[in-house]
Each structure stands twice: as C-alpha cells, then as structure tokens.
Design a protein. Structure first.
Ligand code: OAD
Length: 247
C-alpha cells in the first residue's frame, strides 16, 4: 500500500477505536525545536553523553555540572512551543473524552502545555524537583541557591530534577497505568521514539500481544517497526493531525 493508503487505513482504525493509546518519544517534540535524546549534544555539552549526566552517580559526583545541564535543557524547552502533533493529541482527547490514553517518555512538558491532561509521564518532569535522599524532618528548611541545586539547611540533602535517571526505576503507578492502557487499547500509536529504552518500549509488544493494532509513526526505521502492524514513515507534526482530526 502507498503511504496515503496506509494513512487512510490507520485513520479508519483510529476512528473506530473504542480506546486509543499513544506512546510518544522525543521525536514528537523535534518539530518544536527540542533536540531528541539521541541527537548529538551541542555546544558546552558536546563532550558529554546524556548517559554521563543523567545518573544519580553523576549528580553526586558533580552536582553543579548536572544541575547546569538540566538548567540548559529547561531554558531550551521553555523557549519551545507545542507543535501540531502535540495539539492534535490534546484536541482529540478534548473532543473524545475518555477515548485516549497519552503515555510519554518525554520530560519536556509540551504535551501538558498543549492542553493534554492525565498524561502518563513515564520518565518524570523536567521542570519539577525532588529530594536526592529521603527527606528528613529538617528538609522543609530548603535553602534556595540561585543557579545551584538548593539544599536542606539542616542536613544538606540536595534537590535534584524530578526525572528518571539511567538505572532508576520508573514511577510504579504510572508504569502500571501505561501497561493497563496498552493491554486495553484497540489501537496503539508509537510516535517519535527509537524504542531503545525499556520498559517504555515494551508497551508496543504488550499491546500487540493483547490484540491491539500497533502503528509506528517515525521519520526513520526503529527497533519497534518489527512489532508494528503498520509503519507510517513521516513527521509526527504532519501525521498526527491527519490521524486525529476527525470530530
Ligand atoms: P530518541 O532520541 O532515542 O529517539 C527519537 C526518535 O524520534 C528517533 O527514532 C527519530 O527517528 C524520531 N524522530 C525524530 N524526528 C521526528 C519527527 N519529526 N517525527 C517523528 N519521529 C521523529 O528518543 P526517545 O526514543 O524518546 O529516557 O528516547 C527514549 C528515552 O531514552 C528517553 O526518554 C530517555 C532516554 O533514556 C530517560 O531519560 C529515562
């Protein structure tokens, strides 16, 4: 089938779906100018791989460096705007309440800024902070330090970005809700992810095993193409509005 025929067939499936689940990755924010996770790092950060910065060990060893990297990313994301792909997902959920579960690996908050609610953010939120160690009674004495991670004035506990670092467990309730949605959906759209990181990437097989129609939307081949029933080769910002615009 041609791309147009594939697109029309998937659009029909989405229109008929009692429940649609969508798993997004960094590619859905690419058209907003936010580099994808595996895009080459630029400028000051070119000499580091994300795997060397997004870990608890890196933060404990170099708190200021890791904090600066997240401050750099927060600045870039704050300048970005949700794109047509984000808006198409939010618009569909508004017009068809309770028919879409949005699961994202992204921490940029662009789905939420586009108006999506109840987003299952598997890897946390870039603009939120958490305590590095279990907070003690003294930890409400947070000492803000502009440009550095704030710390507890009582025990020195540091604030860290509330994102899932390599080697850390995902928020269990969020993951369980995402797995339930993958099992219960009629169609799963897997959009803008290289499918290299588990357990998020495993949602495609979970949906496939439960009988869902699995559709990959990506500008390039991915590890999940083999799990998909259909691969729509193209940009999320162009394809999602085509798939989700019906009233
Ligand atoms: P990646 O950078 O691994 O993959 C981005 C994917 O988006 C690639 O497959 C690109 O081909 C695709 N892509 C780029 N532009 C696109 C566009 N306009 N439309 C559609 N697809 C496009 O990012 P993720 O797969 O999201 O986890 O990475 C998953 C996780 O790996 C991240 O959440 C992060 C990292 O470990 C944590 O930080 C815990």
């Amino acid at each position: 089938m041609t791309v147009a025929q594939d697109l029309a067939a998937v659009r029909e499936r989405v229109a008929a779906a009692r429940h649609l689940a969508v798993l997004t990755g960094a590619g859905v924010s690419a058209e907003s100018g936010v580099p994808t996770f595996r895009d080459a790092q630029t400028g000051l950060w070119a000499r580091f791989r994300p795997e060397e910065l997004a870990t608890e060990a890196a933060f404990r060893a170099h708190p200021q460096r890791v904090w600066d990297w997240y401050a750099f990313r927060r600045e870039r994301v704050a300048e970005a705007q949700p794109n047509a792909g984000h808006l198409a997902l939010a618009g569909f959920a508004r017009r068809h309440p309770d028919r879409l579960t949005l699961i994202t690996q992204n921490v940029d908050g662009l789905h939420q800024r586009a108006g999506s609610t109840g987003v299952l953010a598997l890897h946390g939120q870039l603009f939120e902070n958490a305590w590095l160690d279990a907070p003690q009674p003294c930890c409400d004495l947070e000492r803000e330090r502009v440009g550095s991670p704030s710390a507890c004035a009582g025990c020195g506990n540091l604030r860290r970005p509330a994102v899932v670092w390599f080697g850390e467990a995902l928020p269990l309730k969020t993951l369980a809700a995402a797995q339930q949605a993958a099992r219960a959906c009629d169609v799963l759209l897997v959009v803008g992810t290289s499918g290299q990181v588990y357990p998020a990437a495993g949602l495609a097989q979970t949906a496939q095993d439960a009988g869902a129609h699995v559709v990959v939307v990506n500008t390039a081949p991915t590890a999940l193409d083999a799990v998909a029933d259909v691969v729509l080769r193209g940009s999320a910002a162009l394809i999602l509005p085509e798939l989700l615009s019906f009233k």
